[in-house]
Design a protein around this ligand. Sequence first.
Ligand SMILES: Nc1ncnc2c1ncn2[C@@H]1O[C@H](COP(=O)(O)OP(=O)(O)OP(=O)(O)O)[C@@H](O)[C@H]1O
Ligand SMILES: [Mg+2]
Length: 239
Amino acid sequence: MLEIRDLHVSYGKVSAVRGVSATASPGRVTLVLGANGAGKTTTLRTVAGLSSPDSGDILLDGVSLTGLPAHRVLKRGISLVPEGRKVFGSLTVAENLRLGGLVASKKAREESLAMVYGMFPILEERQSGPAGLLSGGEQQMLAFGRSLMSQPAFILMDEPSMGLAPAIVDRVMDCVRDIADRGIGVLMVEQNAEAGMKIADDVVVVNRGESVYSGPVDEARDHSSVVLAFLGEAALTES
Ligand SMILES: Nc1ncnc2c1ncn2[C@@H]1O[C@H](COP(=O)(O)OP(=O)(O)OP(=O)(O)O)[C@@H](O)[C@H]1O
Ligand SMILES: [Mg+2]
């Protein structure tokens, strides 16, 4: 289990996260909802070891990861799919994937590559072409594939549907579900609450740097503050 306990993070004097708690479990998708600037990216980056917290704890199966640098967090089995995907457009698809597997042995890397190609056949078809020529949805699959290359136990995903055509969003969410169904714990930030809630198990709501709600997705759907804030008034009157 990956646990975030009462995390506080600031950028100089600007406090960005002030009391976020959340949990991710193997095989489950925890969806993190929150308005722009709520501190979602900061939370994920801090778990990944890219920012250091002022206080709070990050625990993997009860062992603290708090303050470890990013490469050590990755070695412990936690991988980040960053906001905006960040694929290397001039490298080939296969080269992008291999970069994700640098922490693994050569043998493990080849095994992971076969697994990723099995999950995303389009990446195998386009393996020798530049990643920059992939569509947005395909680039998101590449970003997922790259993170899977390190054989993580947990994947942190920052807004996987960002900038994608509505028709592609559900396909990307199905990929997220598929990743969790393989036993990986997913902690996913997503602005598209409706699409995210279709495949999530648990929901955490972050408001102005603080987690203010957490519970199973079915309860979140009935929780009027979650519905109002993220699904809109129409959803409230429908149900
Ligand atoms: N590098 C930085 N330096 C200073 N302040 C920052 C930095 N990055 C983020 N912040 C501030 O920290 C707060 C939280 O930002 P963060 O990016 O974590 O929010 P977010 O929930 O991911 O927002 P969004 O939905 O827009 O992606 C915001 O007030 C933001 O302006
Ligand atoms: Mg963000």
